[in-house]
Write a protein that binds this ligand. Structure first.
Ligand code: PLP
Length: 409
């Protein structure tokens, strides 16, 4: 992504919102409902044609709109709708786009909750999903039926870190008149999926964007028309399912978003450092920044290089017992936390097969290459990553994941 006119971080920084007393941060809207001077304006607001008026905070609130605008600026979309969680955003987008007997073609390696929603929950409404290897475009096309409405993927997949060729998938979506929905949670700022042809971008704000593991949150970014449809009082999924973010949370996430560009650079720098070193030590490391990654060349051409290849890396410890032993030892040595989620200042690690992807049946995990010894790392903002490498290497040697002492240079 080399579009010089589109600097997502600058677009966020350029947005100025002041508080009502001249505060440098916007005032927080601490109200669930809003008064009207005239009954006519209230009616118009219900009808959706009274700009600048607020009705009820499940519909929209000033704080949520500020955050939504900043995220839309980051993704290069017309607008966005924030939600109480990533799943709140994903589920309402899919339910907005699909109805009875519709069909979704989805990447098979996606976050376990999204997978479970498509596999187990949507069929209750007659919506079915075919899960495919999204890196094989012939498989994607073969799965499309006349009922298909949505093509779904993650830019960098959870947990296998597969890269979706968004421009290629957008061309397929266009050809078959589908909406391409992309979860960009692992790669904010690095990739702008809409610039590559996606129709809707979703995020779990819980992760890198908020960056302090203090709350869950989500967003759907898209056209004004689509977001208006999601908010429609009569049939909008966001309005009627009610996954609304609280204003206090929206205000705090907006403040953290202002430093996302600095954090992403450090996450990427640290992850690249560890990935290169551990690979050189002979470990099976998966990181999109490594030349050994099958999607490396593709990703290189997609990313905004300033923000790098991201903070997510996996390492195969061989089996679950070894993975658990290693994670417990690293936690004991204060190198990170054995915790799900990602995008924190501290490194987080978990074994996805038994945690965040446990919704995916074992035989399907095997088929997609998800071993039980796989450890997913969200690399933190460590100041001295060389020191972290040495200390992690010692843990790996102690539990027998590294056969020889780590190479210190
Ligand atoms: N998308 C991805 C890629 C995720 O990793 C997650 C959560 O782990 C979600 C969506 C769901 O987000 P949330 O937990 O905020 O509902």
């Amino acid at each position: 992504m080399t579009d010089k006119k589109f600097h997502p971080a600058d677009k966020i920084q350029d947005l100025q919102y002041f508080g009502e007393f001249g505060g440098v941060n916007p005032s927080i809207s601490d109200s669930s409902t809003y008064t009207f001077l005239s009954a006519k304006t209230m009616f118009d607001t219900f009808e959706g044609n009274a700009d600048g008026c607020y009705l009820y905070s499940r519909h929209s609130s000033p704080s949520n709109l500020y955050l939504g605008q900043a995220l839309a600026a980051m993704e290069g979309t017309e607008t966005a709708n924030v939600a109480a969680s990533g799943m709140g955003a994903i589920t309402s987008v899919l339910m907005q786009l699909c109805g009875q007997s519709d069909h979704i073609v989805s990447s098979r390696t996606i976050y376990g909750g999204t997978y479970a929603f498509m596999k187990n929950f949507l069929p209750k409404f007659g919506i079915t999903t075919s899960f495919v290897d999204i890196t094989k475009h012939d498989k994607v096309e073969a799965a499309i039926t006349p009922d298909t409405k949505v093509l779904y993927c993650e830019t960098v997949s959870n947990p296998l870190l597969e890269i979706a060729d968004i421009a290629g998938l957008a061309a397929i979506a266009k050809k078959h008149n589908l909406k391409l929905v992309v979860d960009n949670t692992f790669s904010p700022l690095s990739v702008a999926p809409v610039k590559l042809g996606a129709d809707v971008v979703v995020h779990s704000l819980t992760k890198f964007i908020n960056g302090i593991s203090a709350t869950v949150g989500g967003v759907a970014c898209g056209t004004q028309q689509f977001i208006n449809d999601m908010r429609n009082v009569n049939d909008g999924a966001a309005m009627l399912l009610g996954p609304t973010m609280d204003s206090l949370r929206a205000a705090s996430i907006l403040k953290n978003l202002r430093t996302l560009h600095i954090r992403m650079k450090q996450h990427s720098h640290n992850a690249m450092f560890l990935a290169k070193r551990f690979e050189a030590d002979g470990l099976r490391v998966v990181y999109p920044g490594l030349e050994s990654h099958p999607g490396h060349e593709l990703y290189k051409g997609m990313i905004n290089h300033e923000y790098g290849y991201g903070g997510m890396m996996t390492l195969d410890a061989g089996n679950l017992d070894k993975a658990n032993e290693l994670m417990e030892l690293m936690q004991h040595r204060n190198l990170g936390y054995l915790a799900v989620s990602l995008g924190f200042y501290k490194t987080l690690f978990s074994a996805p097969g038994t945690s965040t992807s446990s919704e995916i049946p074992l035989e399907e995990q095997k088929e997609m290459g998800l071993n039980d010894g796989l450890i997913r790392f969200s690399i933190g903002l460590d100041n001295d990553i060389e020191r972290t490498y040495q200390l992690m290497g010692e843990c790996m040697e102690e539990v027998g994941v590294l056969k020889t002492k780590p190479v210190f240079v």
